[in-house]
Design a protein around this ligand. Sequence first.
Ligand code: WQD
Length: 341
Amino acid sequence: MKHKIIVTGGLGFIGSHVVVELQNEGFEVVIIDDLSNSSVAVLDGIYAITGQMPIFEKLDLREKTNVVDFFKRHHDVVGVIHFAASKAVGESVNRPLLYYENNLNSLIYILQALYKKDRANFIFSSSCTVYGQADKLPITELAAIKNAESPYGNTKQIGEEIISDTCKVSDNLKAIALRYFNPIGAHESAKIGELPIGTPQNLVPFITQTGVGIRQELSVFGNDYPTEDGTCVRDYIHVVDLAKAHVAALKRLINDDNSTNYEVFNIGTGKGSSVLEVINAFEEVSNQKLNYKIVERRQGDVVAAYADTTKANDILGWSAKLNLKDALSSAWKWEQVINKK
Ligand code: WQD
C-alpha cells in the first residue's frame, strides 16, 4: 500500500522535482496547483521521467471550502509538502496583502485540515531569507531570525511560527521546515526545470536566458561588496539535491519517533559562490563568453549567505551530492531545450 503524499504547488520548479523523487521512492503523489505560476504541461514532463502520472487537482487554496472538501476526499493522506505560495520578493513589496493572504491563509487552512487527523506529517517550504544578513557564516539553524526584508520573507517567518505554535498543542501533527538556500538547475532529463514567467529575477535563469540569446546582457548587481571579488556570495544548490532532502525529511517524519514534533533544517551545499564565480562556471560549462556588465547594487541583497548543513547531514542523513557546475550544466541544457537552440 503506497503512502499518499499531497504536494501543493507541485507543478512549480521545486515542487515538480520533489514529485519525481517521491515517485522514485514509491510514494503515491497528488498534486494541488492553482496554475497561477506554473503549467499543466509539467505533468507530462513528470510522466516522461517516472512513467507515473500524478493525480492533479487545480485548486485555489485561499478558499477554505476548497481545502476542507479536498481533505475530505483524500482522508487517507499520510503527508503534505507545501510549496504553494507567491514567491517574488520584489512583487511582495508592492503587493503585501496578496502575499499575506495567499501564503498564510493557504497554510492555515491546510494545517486546520491536518489538525483533525489522527496522524499527519507536514513539510514546509521555507527559505534562508529568514536569516537576513546572518552575523556568522556558515549559517546554522540557531542563527537569529532577522526582521524580514520583504513581505515575502515575512510570510516565511510567520509561516514557521504558525506551524511551530500548532505543533506545540497537537499530539498528532509532526512538521519539518526546510530553509532552502538558492535552488538552481534542472532534472538531468531536461523534461522539467525552471520556467520563470517574464523577466527572471533570479541570477541563474537570467544567465541561461542571456546565454541562449533571449536577454542581451546580464546586469551584475554590484561588485563593491566586502567579498573576495566584490560580488555577493550565495549557496547555490542543485534542485534535485534539494528535492531529495524533502524525501529524507518525509521519511524522518513517517519513521522516526523523534522527541520534538517540529524541526527546522538548512538545505544548501555548505559552499558559497560569488556572482562572478557563477558566471565563470557558466562560461566553462556552456563553452561561451557571457555578456554582462557591473551595475549598482540591488536593494535588499545580503552580502553573503551559505549554509552549515551539519544538522541535515546528521539527522536527515542527507547531503548535497551535486556541485555548481553540475547544476549550471543542467540549467543550460534545460534552457536550450525550452528555447530549442
Ligand atoms: C543571487 C545573487 C544578486 C540577478 C532569492 C530570494 C530568496 C529565494 C532565492 C525564494 C544576488 C545577483 C541576481 C541578476 C545579479 N527565493 N543577481 N543579477 O536574492 O539570493 O534569493 O531567490 O525563496 O528568497 O530572495 O537570489 O538569484 O535573485 O540573486 O547580479 O540579474 O545574484 O544581486 O547577489 P537571492 P537571486
